[in-house]
Each structure stands twice: as C-alpha cells, then as structure tokens.
Design a protein around this ligand. Structure first.
Ligand code: FAD
Length: 469
C-alpha cells in the first residue's frame, strides 16, 4: 500500500529524511499534517505561531502540488487521525521526523507500537537536530548541563550529514504492485480539511499586518533568507549581531522553528561560505554556527528536563520569594510602557512583528524578572503567545537562562541595567525610535520603577535562594 509522510515540525520538502525514505520506497505517497491540540500534555500554540503555521501550510501545500503530490490536512488527536488515515488509504508505511518534547514522544511511541502491531511499517528519522539529544553524553554518561563542553563534544565528531535534495516528483506510480495500484484512487480521493476552517489566522481584530510586513513564511523564503544572510551579513555577524538596529542576524529562527529549513542545510551552506573567508569574517561564520548550537543545546536540555517551561531546572530556585503579582507592572511590560526605552522598544517590536532581537530578549526578560520581580513563567508564556518563533525548547531555555534558574545560567548577580544596555547596543537610539516613536516627548511614560532599588530587592531575593540550598 501507499506511504504516509506525517509532517510536524518539518514543513519542508528539501532535506526531509522521512520524505526521502518514502520516495525511495517507491509507492504512491501522501503527506499529512495533523493539527493536534487535544492529545494530553501537548502545549497549545500561541496566536503568532498559529498565524505562521497557517501561512507555512499554505506554502507547503502549493509546493507539494507543484511536484504532483498532495498535502492532507486533518485535525484531532494524532493517534486517532493517523490510524484512520492508514486504514482509509490501505497504507503500508508511515514515516516521520522525530520530535523531542515528552508529550510528543509519548504520542509517537504509542502510534509506532500500534502501527507495528497492525503490520504497518512505522519509521522515525532524525530531521530537526544536528545531534540527537541522547547521542551526546559526558564522559560519565550523563547529559550536559553546560553549553561550551556540550558544543565541543558535538563538534568533535564527524560533521553533520549532508542535506538531502528535495524529491523531483511526488507523483509516484504504483509500479504494477497490485496493492499500490488499488491504493492510488483512495489517495486521490482522500479528504483534506479546509485550512481556513482551522481559523489559525486572527478573527475579530486583524493584528497580523505587522507580521505580514515583517515575514514571508515558507520553504522558499527560508532558503532566500539564508542565501541573503550568507551573502551580505555573515562576515560582520561577529561584530554586529548584538546591535538591534542593524539587520545583522539571519532572522532564520521562525523558519527553523517550523522546519521550513533544516539545521543541516544551514550548517553546510555556512561551511561552504566559511571556506571563502579569513580572519574576523571566518570567525563570524564559526560564531554563527555556535548560535545554531545553542538551539541544539536547548533541545538537549528539554529532552532531559521535559517540564522546562514550567519547572525550575535548579530545584533550589523554587525557594525564590516572588512577591504578589503586580498586574499593572505586567501589563506595562507587555505593552511596552515601562518608561525604559530599550525594554519598551523590544516589547513593541514583539507585539508588532512577532519577533524581537536576541539582545533585547535578554534585556526585557531580565527587566521583568529582576526589576519587576515577576515570575519568569509569566514572561515565557507571553513570549510563547506573541513570538512567531515560539519554540518549545529555546523559549523556556532562554527564560531560565536569564532567571538564573536554568542550565549554564547567567550568574544571578548580573542584573542588566536597561539604560546602560541601550547606551551600549543602541547608542543612537535608532532601534528605540523605530519602535517607540513618542520616545523623548511628553507622551512617553515615566519609569515605572527605580532601577537601583529594584536591583537591590532582586539581589536580596536571590540571597534567599542561595540560603535555601
Ligand atoms: P541568529 O543570530 O541569526 O542565529 C541563528 C539561529 O541560531 C537562530 O535562528 C536560532 O535558531 C539559533 N539561536 C541563536 N541564538 C539562540 C539562543 N540564544 N538560544 C537558542 N537558539 C538560538 N529562539 C527561538 O528560536 N525561539 C524562541 O522562542 C526563543 N525565545 C527566547 C527567549 C529568551 C528570553 C531569549 C533570551 C532568547 C530566546 N531565543 C529564542 C533565542 C534567540 O533570541 C533567537 O533564536 C534569535 O533572536 C533569533 O534571531 P536570528 O534567527 O536572527 O538569530
């Protein structure tokens, strides 16, 4: 019978190991995406992520059709949906690329077992990470908790495999195999839900104009972003990556989040570009790949600590004496009305475009936790709802890193001063002006807290954590 390729966080046709295996199997195939927001433990996607997913699926459906294939859209608990689809098509095999969250792995393990029981081939592949989390271990056999030795261990071995090309055609004949021939009509007639009916795009107020302006989701756009970055910005990446007013970083994170591009494609294209560079420019290329390594590390940590978004990695941090929540302060932070220019610029960039520069993510997160003394989990949830790259590993990892509750965290006594950060990384207030037009006028809010006082309060709270250990 035909093959089913179950797509999840890998919305691409190029370098897709599961798809490549299905094509090699040589039977008619169907691609399916299952919108599963009901299986136990699966974290519902946020609004900006829904918007991206809609655009990405539309793009993938068009790319699939152009190769003579079909992308089926189904909604519901994945175990039920995949089981029904296999039966409907008389499928002989189901292929997918692995996910690393605990709830997702549970779903996949159960589906694999029931397919295998039913005599259907079920095979999973490594498509979304360069290094599978369980393959990288310390000398003592434990997972890494510190980035530098983790990345050294990753890069000490052979380089990641080369990317697979996209299939030339997805219209595979049944090649005389009776079950294949019979299966073909079932495949052609298989039902696909209407993407619009999923209501992933905003309904009611349309807040997505800024997202549309800032982003083009899809595999083609991802490849174009990579090429443009390697051509124009890679040599200066090392010196300019911290300047939010510059277009100095790759802006690949949402494309990576949804798997429109693979880390293997990025790795190999960057490696080729690096060969043409020397000195600081070559160092920039290495630095860029190291940032991709932070994504690998975040997944390594998530794999070993599945509750990353809700539980402190260091249990000692549970003793942190969060004061009662100040709702007004949280609202001011979300809306970019704290009276601190770099914090406000970042929060407004996030609301308008669904993204925020990495340096500013650190500053806004530090401000919420250490100057407003608001639990990092509330910040993580806001980012989860508003980021187009909202990532189950990198987002909670980044928040725990800033909070000091996480792996290889910033030392707790390093409290960013948002004004000094602004002077250092946005010296001409270019980024501030792009995002906070009224800055410097009477219309701009007064600071909602005193930086010195709140810093002292945060340090006192951290002392209690230390004492509790
Ligand atoms: P580049 O500088 O061009 O880096 C290339 C790629 O490397 C990125 O696309 C990303 O996939 C990866 N990368 C770079 N820095 C990091 C990092 N610190 N941690 C993990 N991966 C990294 N990144 C997300 O993809 N999703 C998130 O939800 C997310 N939440 C964050 C929350 C906080 C509080 C912090 C401090 C960081 C967060 N990051 C997150 C990491 C980082 O800010 C973004 O990956 C980066 O800003 C994306 O821009 P870029 O693609 O231009 O990055």
């Amino acid at each position: 019978g035909p093959s089913v390729v179950w797509l999840r966080d890998d919305l691409r046709l190029g370098d897709n190991p599961a798809l490549t295996a299905a094509v090699e199997r040589g039977r008619p195939l169907a691609l399916v995406y299952v919108l599963d927001e009901v299986s136990p433990g699966i974290r519902p996607l946020g609004g900006a992520a829904h918007w991206w997913l809609h655009q990405s699926l539309a793009s993938l459906a068009a790319d699939t059709a152009a190769l003579g294939g079909r992308l089926l859209l189904r909604r519901g608990a994945a175990a039920t949906v995949i089981g029904e689809l296999v039966e409907e098509l008389g499928a002989g095999a189901v292929f997918w690329n692995r996910r690393y969250g605990a709830a997702e792995r549970d779903v996949d393990t159960r589906i694999k077992a029931s397919l295998t029981d039913a005599g259907v081939v079920a095979h999973s592949f490594a498509g979304s990470l360069l290094f599978e989390p369980w393959t990288i271990r310390t000398g003592g056999g434990t997972p890494y908790t510190v980035f530098t030795p983790f990345w050294r261990a990753c890069t000490a071995g052979p380089p990641p495999r080369a990317p697979y090309p996209a299939p030339a055609s997805l219209d595979l004949p049944g090649d005389g195999d009776p079950s294949g021939d019979l299966a073909h009509p079932a495949l052609a007639g298989a039902h696909s839900e209407d993407l619009a009916s999923w209501e992933l795009e905003p309904h009611g107020p349309d807040w997505a104009d800024g997202l549309r302006e800032a982003w083009t989701p899809g595999e083609d756009a991802a490849q174009q972003s990579l090429a443009a970055f390697l051509d124009d910005a890679l040599p200066q990446y090392g010196t300019e990556r911290d300047l939010p007013a510059q277009q100095a970083t790759s802006r690949l994170s949402p494309h990576l989040r949804w798997g429109e591009i693979s880390p293997h494609q990025i790795w190999h294209a960057t490696d080729v570009a690096r060969r043409g560079l020397t000195g600081a420019a070559a160092t920039s290329a290495t630095r860029f790949l190291t940032e991709v390594g932070w994504r690998e590390f975040a997944y390594h940590v998530l794999f070993h600590a599945p509750d990353l978004a809700t539980a402190n990695l260091r249990p000692g941090f549970d003793a942190f004496p969060w004061p009662p929540l100040d709702d007004a302060a949280l609202t001011a932070w979300r809306r970019g009305r704290t009276g601190f220019r770099l914090v406000d610029a970042g929060m407004r960039e996030l609301w308008r475009t669904g993204s925020m520069h990495n340096r500013v993510r650190m500053v806004t997160a530090s401000f919420l936790i250490k100057n407003l003394l608001i639990d990092w989990r509330l910040g993580e949830q806001w980012f989860w709802d508003t980021l187009v790259d909202a990532d189950p590993a990198s987002n909670p990892f980044g928040w725990q890193w800033v909070a000091g509750s996480g792996a290889d965290a910033a030392p707790y006594f390093r409290v960013f001063n948002p004004e000094l950060q602004a002077a250092k990384f946005d010296p001409n207030n270019e980024y501030v002006r792009q995002n906070v037009p009224e800055w410097g006028t009477a219309a701009y809010p007064q600071p909602i807290v005193d930086l010195g006082e709140t810093r002292r309060a945060a340090l006192a709270a951290y002392e209690q954590v230390k004492a509790a250990r």
